[in-house]
Design a protein around this ligand. Structure first.
Ligand code: SF4
Length: 67
């Protein structure tokens, strides 16, 4: 498969600290996490991303009071 044309651009914005081969390949990253009822690291703050809990529940818990 051809390398993603946007990989380098995506990597500049990626906040994920987990060692992972999908880094910068956002379509693969989203598909991987959605299949597990999770969201990618970029949906979380630096602090919350570092927990590696990417579950929908965690996302809802930390955002329940935000508008
Ligand atoms: S958010 Fe998940 S799939 Fe995406 S690069 Fe990080 S660990 Fe990999």
């Amino acid at each position: 498969m051809a390398e993603c044309l946007n990989k380098q651009k995506n990597l500049k914005k990626c906040n994920c600290t987990y060692p992972c081969s999908r880094k910068g390949l956002c379509c693969e990253c989203i598909a991987y996490h959605l299949a597990r009822k999770e969201l990618p690291a970029c949906f979380f703050s630096k602090k919350d991303e570092a927990s590696y809990d990417r579950s929908f529940e965690h996302f809802c818990r930390i955002n329940k009071n935000s508008k």
